[in-house]
Design a protein around this ligand. Structure first.
Ligand code: GDP
Ligand code: MG
Length: 298
C-alpha cells in the first residue's frame, strides 16, 4: 500500500503508466568550478544516506572533477522506480582564456538528443532508452553580483537545448538579505539577457488542485534555489544530519531554513520529473529534431 506522493497531480493514466515503468531521468550540473556541484550531487543522490546513516570518516574527500563524468543509479522514490543518470562537469576554471569552455557541455547535450533522434528513426522504436538531458542545474556564484559574462554566454548556448534550472551554490555563505538581493539580481539578469529557464507549470487547467497551484507559484518565486551541499554527517541534538560544521554552528543541508536543497531534490525526483521530461520532449527535442531534419549536416 504505497503512496505516490507528488505524482498525484499527474492525470490518472500517465500516472499509472509511469509508476509501472519507472522513470529514466538525466540530470546535468554546469557552472564555474568550485561552486559545490559535485558535493551537492553527492549530498542529494550518490551516498545512500537514507538507508544507512553511517558517519563518513574524517573530512570531505571530494576530488576536483576533471572531465565529463556520468553516474547512473537505480532507486525507488516513494514507490516510483527511477533510473537516474547524473552528468557532472568540471565547470569553468579560472583560466585566462575561457572562450567557449562550454562547448563540450553543449556537445554532450546535443549528442544525446541526436542519439534519440537516431533511435527513433530506427527499426526498434518501441524501446528507446531516453538518455536525453532532462534538466541542467546551472550553478551561480554566491560571491558575484548576479550573472557574469561567462554565465550569460554559457546559458545562451544551452537554453535552447535543455531545461535550465539555475541555483545559487554555497548559499550558506550569504545572509538572508544578501540571498534575497542576489536572487532578485539573477532573475533580472536572466530576463535582461532573454535567457529562458525551466518554467514551473502555470496550471490554469481545472484539473489541478489549489494546493498544486500554490506550490508551483512558490517554486517559481524561489528560483534560483539556494543550495548547500555536504559530504559529512554531523550530529544535531542527537539527530544525525548531513551538514556543514562551522566554528559557530551547523548548517543543515536538508533544513528548509538553511537551504533549498531538499526542495530541489523533490522537484527533480518527485514532483516535477514528468514535467521536465515532457518539456524536454516537447520543446528542446522537437526544436532539435526539426533543425536536424532541415539541415542534416549541421
Ligand atoms: P565543484 O567544482 O563545483 O564540483 O565543487 P566541489 O563540490 O568540488 O566543492 C568545492 C569546495 O567547496 C570543496 O572544498 C567543498 O567542501 C566546498 N563546498 C561544497 N559545497 C559547499 C557548500 O554548499 N557551502 C560551502 N560553504 N562550501 C561548499
Ligand atoms: Mg566537481
Amino acid at each position: 500500500n504505497k503512496e505516490y506522493v507528488g505524482f498525484s497531480a499527474l492525470p490518472g493514466q500517465v500516472h499509472r503508466k509511469t509508476v509501472k515503468k519507472g522513470f529514466e531521468f538525466t540530470l546535468m550540473v554546469v557552472g564555474e568550478s568550485g561552486l559545490g556541484k559535485s558535493t551537492l550531487i553527492n549530498s542529494l543522490f550518490l551516498t545512500d544516506l537514507y538507508k544507512d546513516r553511517k558517519v563518513p570518516t574524517a573530512e570531505e574527500r571530494i576530488e576536483p572533477t576533471v572531465s565529463l563524468e556520468d553516474h547512473t543509479m537505480d532507486f525507488e522514490e516513494k514507490g516510483v522506480r527511477m533510473r537516474l543518470t547524473i552528468i557532472d562537469t568540471p565547470g569553468f576554471a579560472d583560466s585566462v582564456n575561457n572562450t567557449n569552455c562550454w562547448d563540450t557541455v553543449v556537445k554532450c547535450v546535443e549528442d544525446r538528443l541526436g542519439k534519440y533522434l537516431h533511435d527513433e528513426s530506427g527499426l526498434n522504436r518501441r524501446h528507446i532508452n531516453d538518455s536525453r538531458v532532462h534538466c541542467c542545474l546551472y550553478f551561480i556564484s554566491p560571491f558575484g553580483r548576479g550573472l557574469r559574462p561567462v554565465d550569460v554566454a554559457c546559458l545562451t548556448a544551452l537554453h535552447d537545448r535543455v531545461n535550465i534550472l539555475p541555483v545559487i551554490g554555497k548559499a550558506d555563505c550569504l545572509t538572508y538579505t544578501e540571498l534575497r538581493a542576489l536572487k532578485q539580481q539573477v532573475r533580472d539578469d536572466l530576463e535582461r539577457h532573454s535567457i529562458r529557464t525551466y518554467e514551473f507549470p502555470d496550471c490554469d487547467s481545472e484539473e489541478e488542485d489549489e494546493e498544486y497551484k500554490i506550490e508551483n507559484q512558490k517554486l517559481k518565486e524561489s528560483v534560483p534555489f539556494a543550495v548547500v551541499g555536504s559530504n559529512m554527517v554531523v550530529e544535531v541534538n542527537g539527530r544525525k544530519v548531513r551538514g556543514r560544521l562551522y566554528p559557530w554552528g551547523i548548517v543543515e543541508v536538508e533544513n528548509m531554513l538553511h537551504s533549498e536543497s531538499a526542495t530541489l531534490r523533490s522537484v527533480l525526483v518527485q514532483t516535477h520529473t514528468q514535467d521536465l521530461k515532457d518539456s524536454t520532449a516537447e520543446h528542446h527535442y522537437e526544436a532539435f529534431r526539426s533543425q536536424r531534419l532541415q539541415m542534416p549536416n549541421t
